[in-house]
Design a protein around this ligand. Structure first.
Ligand code: ZN
Length: 608
């Protein structure tokens, strides 16, 4: 078979000040009936229809020097008239989305994900691709470099020039950063890792690289050799406030606060830095779990429409379980820090009444219309497949360890999935993970999975944590800042039962704005709604900050008078206050249990 000509692209940040990329796509042998081109509707890893074509400002087509008519046939597809010889379609794309999912361009830097900018010539998806990445014109851009995991064809390291991908699917899985970023490099198990940081920051790069190396090695060791990549890139954008990450086959795009990065001379990892390392760990684990061990529903991706799977509890939830677990196994956080994180995760789940209404399989299937489109009713009606999925991962891991007397674990499930699906490229069927887990456990896990995945019954956390010598202690929240985890709060504040309104709030110039009114709470019973601004309790002005203080004078059963605005109408309501729910969890080590302690060590300590 003759070798088919690659699809050739050029990309230039043409007008950084106007946030416009110019991107062309050339096909040597266009479809004689008229070649069609499309942009994806969504980006893998973020399950929401985003319609990237909405940022296309103009489109033109030409063949040689002749312009070719091109028309739109649906919201993301264009059809060019039939042309003899090579056909080039050129887009102007507006890029002003500072997130990990889209494209962003200004005079300080350029960042893009392929789905935002690269047209797919339909019918030619499997062709190799070549991209010429050009710098913006002008002296101020002379210091710009290029960071990406895309392979260079004819370009200096970190430079502008020609890059290549084996297919369209690969082309759009290598985000690209251009600008005057800082760069650090480390090796982990023979694999080169680059860390490119965009934005103003004063991070301690040596500390960051040494911590990331230990983290990456612990993931690489978990799955075994050979590594799935020979080069990996962390693309980090540091801003004042922000948080997000998106996984790719050989890189990740991360958005964080500059306060999350380590500072020189910082002795211990701060809570912010621990969270940042957890984010890096999460995206790096995805290099195996979802980028290569993929649901059959994503094999291949259908980027024109929603792709439904009930397995996001595993692809996001198990990844969320391992992201923090690997931090303690790699020695980057202490066991106490890890138990603190677990306590906060259990607290988050207990504060989600929606866990009683939606199963994680339903949450996964409906991600497109629910998880990615949260509203004021979400805590009452939905459960996160990340959060509950991570705790299912914990329960599954400890269940397998208990049933096999510590000989097998979730690590073995992941390695089996890696061998069976990751290395082969076969998609994981919807029942594939349950089957592999049962095989590894050597026993049926049907009842476990029916309960965890397909019912809204509580997870058996208390019993399972007891097997590793951990007691689950529940209390009511002791302050608005009490997210669970640390046990210390309770002692300081005494044991008397507190009251709550059953709301979540945010600061408003006039008082406390209700962002969420929780089911079965006092505020809901009194007729208050999300969006209302509470301005006074018992005749005294309130703010989101002092609301808790105002309530602290009351006992369960007391009536409080609330003044609130709904739009511009003043409401006066009487709320019968209720005892705060026991929804705040801390995990405590049961000192006496030595065999449980040895099981806990087997779980939290890496095998060397
Ligand atoms: Zn994820």
């Amino acid at each position: 078979m003759p070798r088919l000509a690659p699809t050739r692209y050029t990309l230039i940040p043409k007008h950084p000040e106007a946030h416009l990329f110019e991107v062309s796509c050339t096909v040597e042998d266009p479809d004689p009936r008229g070649q069609r081109f499309a942009l994806p509707s969504w980006i893998p890893g973020s399950y929401l229809i985003r319609d990237f074509a909405r940022n296309v400002v103009s489109v033109r087509a030409q063949s040689g020097r002749r312009s070719v008519p091109i028309t739109k046939v649906d919201k993301h597809t264009w059809a060019a008239a039939s042309a003899e010889g090579a056909l080039t379609v050129t887009l102007q794309v507006y890029a002003w989305d500072l997130s990990v999912r889209g494209a962003h361009l200004d005079t300080s830097h350029a960042f893009f994900n392929g789905p935002s900018v690269f047209l797919c010539p339909l019918g030619k998806e499997a062709r190799a691709c070549e991209v010429e990445i050009l710098p913006p014109r002008g002296a101020r851009y002379r210091t710009w470099r290029v960071a990406t995991a895309m392979r260079r064809k004819q370009a200096p390291a970190l430079g502008f020039g020609l890059y290549r991908a084996t297919s369209y699917d690969e082309l759009i899985d290598h985000p690209v950063e251009m600008g005057a970023f800082t760069l650090a490099t480390f090796e982990a198990r023979g694999v080169r890792h680059d860390v490119a940081i965009t934005g103003r920051h004063d991070a301690d790069l040596d500390r960051l690289c040494s911590d990331l190396r230990r983290l990456c090695e612990s993931h690489l060791d978990l799955f075994g050799e050979p590594a799935p990549v020979d080069h990996y890139v962390f693309l980090i954008t540091a801003v004042g406030e922000g948080y997000g990450g998106l996984e790719h086959r050989a890189s990740t795009a991360l958005l964080c606060s500059r306060e999350d990065l380590p500072r020189a001379g910082m002795p211990e990892a701060t809570r912010n830095y621990q969270t940042f390392l957890g984010l890096c760990s999460h995206e790096y684990f995805h290099t195996w779990n979802v980028k290569r061990i993929r649901p059959a529903a994503f094999t291949p991706y259908d980027l024109a429409r929603e792709s439904y799977t009930r397995l996001l509890w595993a692809f996001e939830g198990i990844t969320s379980y391992y992201d923090d677990l690997q931090l303690v196994r790699a020695g980057l956080i202490s066991e106490a820090d890890y138990l603190d994180i677990l306590g906060r995760n259990v607290t988050s789940l207990l504060r989600t009444a929606g866990r009683m209404k939606q199963t994680v399989e339903e949450a996964s299937f409906d991600a497109w219309i629910k998880f990615y489109r949260p509203d004021e009713n979400s805590p009452n009606a939905q459960v996160s497949y990340y959060l509950k999925g991570s705790l299912i991962g914990l329960c599954l891991d400890l269940t397998i360890r208990n049933r096999t007397r510590g000989r097998k674990s979730l690590d073995d499930v992941m390695r089996t999935l890696w061998g069976r699906y990751g290395r082969t490229g076969l998609g994981v069927p919807e029942d594939g993970i349950e089957k592999v887990a049962a095989h590894v456990a050597g026993t049926s896990l049907r009842a476990f999975f029916d309960r965890a995945l397909r019912s809204t019954n509580e997870l058996p956390l208390k019993q399972i944590l007891a097997t590793v010598g951990l007691a689950m202690q529940l209390r009511s929240a002791q302050s608005p800042a009490d997210q669970g985890g640390k046990a210390a709060f309770a002692a300081a504040l005494g044991t008397s039962r507190r009251v709550s309104l059953g709301v979540r709030t945010t600061e408003d110039p006039a008082g406390a704005r209700l962002t969420h009114v929780l089911d079965a709470g006092a505020a809901q019973a009194a007729g208050l709604s999300a969006g209302d601004v509470v301005v006074a309790i018992d005749g005294l002005k309130v703010t989101a900050r002092n609301l808790d203080q105002r309530l602290a004078r009351h006992r369960p059963g007391n009536i409080a008078t609330l003044h609130a605005f709904r739009r511009d109408e003043l409401l006066v309501v009487e709320a019968e206050l209720r005892a705060s729910p026991l929804d705040t969890c801390a995990l405590a080590v049961v000192a006496a249990d030595r065999s449980a302690a040895s099981r806990r060590r087997g779980w939290l300590q890496e095998k060397s």
